[in-house]
Design a protein around this ligand. Structure first.
Ligand SMILES: *Cc1c(COP(=O)(O)O)cnc(C)c1O
Length: 955
């Protein structure tokens, strides 16, 4: 429609350019060019030829509940209206979630900055030094505050971190007992997740009141203590730790990192592991998430650490450089023997928390903690002076008051009327948590809600007269955050430039395409991102009364309904906060279903050899036995082997986990047959939906054989990867499994009931602005882009697998193994050389070692697709020069890659010219300089340094 088109209406002019045209990279003429190269007449013809007809959705399915596409302005107006239906009150509920201020410079330069939020997990460390440094700072904050030397680069939340700690100490310890002792004063959601995670593994959770300072009788392999407890009370756990160790049990301490600025560190009282949440380090509440959890361990437990760990190493020139350490612990390598299933974590939120500590420094954090503590102490004094009973004992920021019998609700209502949310402990006890946000005016209002009148001036008098409520023996005496990074950036200008410098070291989507197969690095539109920092969404406490969360609850209901409809499932839970957690939730649903039918013996989970590492790791966590099914020469599930395994395991068959399209990037024609074979044998089909970007609008997993799937909202549905998280991994099920979703028949899998609602406006906006037609078109364009790349590159690198008609789905695997065998040039060399070309490498060696998997997505235009293809073709010609003997295999532009400005300026004694090293295409404009040269991973693993090293190390 052009403005001069005689058929155009006023409505057309009003609607302007539809969002779909902004979301998609190629326009119609570019698509026509691509279709020609692919050899199809149209996108629809491509779909007809590439996607097996047996799985296609009927095109006359009729309008669903997903409304027709809205414009960006319309969607934002609707979201504004939803945000306005929330009533974020002053959060004094506590329970692990606290008011905090995201320093505006961090909000704007990190949370709202595509250079940070569109980055991927730092698997290409040479072009990820910025976020790796930020994560090293995070690890240092956690390690310093907990007094434990090794901390990972974020857990999904506090509750799952506690569950990871539980399984960690079980693996690491020698105790034979299956019992894990948990302090009864633990956050209720942490307890719930511990129960969920313990049961399939045969761990028995024993809850005990430990206020007496004595462990109950019996054997335990581990103990979880809270510091402070859910009630707010701060106990000296030293003796409990000693008792536990004497019995051969390891000790996990769940600790509030802000409290640790004033309290003795868990490591100093003998804890083996510390876990918690860094939410109150500047991360918005978001109705429960996303926030970065943390986990830190004693040095001897470092190989047991779940998830990602950043460590220092050196590059090819001997300069310090960061990369992910000890990766052999992780699911993508160890699979069913991994320490955990964690893949996507909470990197963006960990970066925010780390920068909060960088900006405030130790003094600033101590001041914030002191504020929270003194506000609580003075409030306690004011309440007591007014005749209200405040429960005895030491506390940090949270107190519990006893009110007249049955009057808790009345106090809560009186506080709510003043815009403050308190915690209902029970009928006659009320909890109040103070934070960085708490003011004297709030204390006046809270006191009034309890029927106590106090003035700000009287509060000042009480402050002078009231001692701290922290036990003297628990006062922190050790230093923390002594590294210069926590002292250098106290002015906004200094921090602004530090953030810019780090971001400039990285390649994110704001610099170029990130063709990572299986990761779906598509556009994260500004209109999708904008709402997440609106106070209406961002400032909501997860335990706020439902009436105060009406807007977010409506958004959640919309999203659940739309996702169910798009996938052909009956019900969806948004609780899992990553794909891996969705897998666990889905497998637990299958397990519960079998058990309810008296078939609890069905515990075998068949997993194709090509599956994502999380699949196998999740199956083990769900108490299943992993049996690997072979793939045939085409990369498809080997039907003969599948049938043999089904026969072999008979009534033990619990489930098959299959990815569709396969991790080989192919629409397997036999998927219905595979699913039927499993169903006929009494098993359930778990269909990994991470590749839904190849299906939306064309086929529905719930209709062609899946009983349950997880989706990755951070892949298909535009939540940005954030440098390695946040993620949202909703689990979608058919009717018969609906009773077993998280917090229904099955237990909790995340700390927050709705997982990470803070980022759900992104996916909501995407669906709202695309509409069903737009989503379908996005799928077609994504498939076209992958086939275009496959066609352009197949003469230079064999495309390993193709499906019906010789087409791939939304990604393609380039097989470098023959080239490597012939020339010695490796996938690593090619990946690193791409950085010299200003491009991010594709996925390396997954799902097949020695290959590159390319997923261009629908958001890259033809020029960018060509820039990538041209670079790959040019690299191929460089490989040929190595093959021809022009350059030795150990000294050529590929092996030398990436090249830094420093190495180009240094003395040059290579057989290839500097110009070629630095400007491989000849173009100098827009050159992105990698900040370090090829990093030696093994060196770093041998000399593990995973917190900020002394400055001399950088000499
Ligand atoms: C990304 C992915 C996962 C895991 O998702 P996370 O959110 O990283 O935990 C699982 N399966 C497949 C096929 C994937 O691509």
């Amino acid at each position: 429609m052009t403005p001069s088109d005689p058929t155009r209406t006023l409505a057309d002019l009003e609607n302007g350019i539809p969002f779909v045209a902004r979301h998609l990279g190629p326009d119609d003429s570019e698509l026509a060019t691509m279709a020609e190269v692919i050899g199809v007449g149209s996108l629809d013809e491509l779909a007809d030829r590439a996607v097996p007809p047996g799985i296609r959705t009927a095109t006359d399915a009729g309008p669903g509940t997903l409304p027709p596409a809205a414009t960006e302005s319309e969607a934002l107006a609707e979201l504004r209206a939803l945000a306005a239906r929330n009533n974020p009150t002053v959060p004094m509920i506590g329970l692990g979630y606290h008011g905090t201020v995201t320093p505006p410079v961090i909000r704007r330069s990190v949370l709202e900055n595509p250079a940070w939020y569109t980055a991927y997990t730092p698997y290409q460390p040479e072009i990820s030094q910025g976020r790796l440094e930020a994560l090293l700072n995070f690890q240092t904050v956690v390690s310093d505050l907990t007094g434990l030397p090794v901390a990972g680069a974020s857990m999904l939340d506090e509750a799952t971190a506690a569950a990871e700690a539980m399984t960690l100490v079980r693996r690491a310890g020698r105790a034979a007992s299956p019992r894990f002792l948990v302090d009864a004063d633990t956050l209720p959601r942490t307890l719930a997740v511990l129960h969920t995670r313990a049961e399939p593994l045969g761990i028995e959770i024993v809850e005990a009141d430990l206020t007496g300072g004595e462990l109950p009788d019996g054997e335990f392999f581990g103990v979880l203590l809270s510091y402070p407890g859910a009630s707010g009370s701060v106990a000296d756990h030293a003796s409990l730790v000693e008792q536990a160790h004497a019995r051969g049990a390891k000790v996990v301490v769940a600790a509030d990192p802000l409290a640790l600025t004033l309290l003795r560190a868990p490591g100093e009282i003998g804890a083996d592991v510390a876990v918690g949440s860094t939410q109150r380090f500047g991360v918005p509440l978001g109705f429960g998430g996303p926030h970065a959890g943390y986990l830190a361990v004693r040095d001897e437990l470092r190989r047991q650490l779940p998830g990602r760990l950043v460590g220092l190493s050196v590059d090819a020139d001997g300069n310090p450089a960061l990369r992910l350490a000890l990766q052999t612990r992780e699911q993508h390598i160890r699979r069913e023997k991994a320490t955990s299933n964690i893949c996507t974590a909470q990197v963006l939120l960990a970066v925010i928390a780390s920068m909060y500590a960088v900006y405030h420094g130790p003094d600033g954090l101590r001041a914030i903690a002191t504020r929270a503590h003194r506000m609580a102490a003075v409030l306690a004094a004011a309440l007591r002076a007014g005749g209200v009973e405040v429960l005895d004992g030491a506390f940090f920021d949270t107190l519990v008051a006893r009110v007249a019998a049955g009057q808790a609700d009345a106090v809560l209502a009186a506080a709510h009327a003043r815009g403050i949310a308190l915690r209902r402990v029970d009928d006659d006890r009320v909890g109040v948590s103070c934070s960085e946000l708490t003011t004297r005016a709030h204390l006046v209002d809270v006191a009034a809600a309890f029927g106590v009148t106090v003035t700000p001036a009287e509060l000042d008098e009480l402050d002078a007269a009231t001692p701290d409520a922290l036990p003297a023996a628990l006062r922190r005496e050790s230093d923390y955050l002594t590294h210069p990074v926590f002292h250098r950036y106290r002015s906004e200008t200094a921090l602004l430039r530090y953030l810019r410098r780090l971001a400039d070291a990285d390649m994110a989507l704001d610099r170029g395409m990130i063709p990572l197969g299986s990761c779906t690095m598509k556009l994260n539109a500004a209109a999708e991102m904008e709402p997440i920092t609106w106070p209406g969404f961002a400032d909501l406490h997860p335990h706020a009364p439902a009436a105060d969360a009406d807007g977010t609850l409506t958004l959640i209901a919309d999203l659940e309904r739309w996702l169910a409809e798009l996938t052909g499932y009956a019900a969806v839970s948004l609780q899992p906060n990553a794909g891996s957690q969705g897998e666990l939730a889905g497998l637990l649903a299958i397990r519960a279903y079998h058990r309810d039918r008296g078939e609890g013996h069905r515990d075998v989970c068949l997993i194709p050899a090509s599956a994502h590492g999380t699949n196998a790791a999740s199956a083990v966590m769900a108490g299943m036995r992993v049996v690997v099914v072979a793939c045939d020469d085409n990369g498809d599930v080997d039907l003969a082997d599948l049938r043999a395994k089904i026969d072999e395991h008979g009534v033990s068959l619990g489930a098959l986990m299959i990815t569709y399209p396969s991790t080989h990037g192919v629409y397997e024609a036999g998927v219905r047959e595979v699913c039927s074979a499993v169903h006929e044998a009494g098993g359930q089909v778990y269909l990994d939906g991470a590749n839904l970007n190849a299906l939306l609008g064309l086929a529905k997993p719930g209709e062609f054989g899946g009983d349950v799937s997880h989706l990755n909202l951070h892949k298909t549905f535009c939540i940005p990867h954030g440098g390695g998280g946040p993620g949202v991994g909703p689990v979608a099920v058919r009717e018969h499994l609906a009773p077993y979703l998280p917090d229904r028949g099955a237990g909790a899998v995340s700390g927050a009931e709705y997982g990470s609602p803070g980022v759900l406006p992104i996916s909501w906006a995407y669906l709202r602005m695309m509409g069903a037609d737009g989503l379908r078109r996005a799928t077609l364009v994504a498939v076209a882009a992958a086939n275009y790349v496959a066609r352009r590159l197949s003469a230079h690198y064999p495309v390993l697998y193709t499906g019906p008609g010789g087409f791939v789905a939304h990604e393609c695997i380039l097989d470098l193994r023959p080239l490597t065998a012939a020339t010695g040039v490796t996938v690593d060399d090619v990946a690193k050389r791409l950085a010299d070309y200003g491009l991010h490498a594709p996925t390396m060696s997954f799902p097949v070692a020695g290959t590159l998997m390319v997923e261009p997505t629908e958001s890259e235009n033809l020029a960018e697709l060509d820039r990538f293809c041209d670079a790959m073709i040019s690299i191929r010609s460089e490989i040929d020069r190595v093959a021809a003997g022009e350059w030795p295999v150990e000294d050529n532009p590929l092996r030398g890659a990436p090249h830094t400005a420093a190495c180009i300026a240094d003395k040059w004694d290579h057989p290839y010219p500097r110009e070629l090293a630095a400007y491989p295409t000849g173009a100098t404009e827009g050159k992105v300089w990698p900040p370090v040269r090829r990093i030696d991973g093994a060196h770093g693993d041998r000399h593990l340094v995973c917190s900020c090293p002394p400055v001399e190390a950088y000499g």
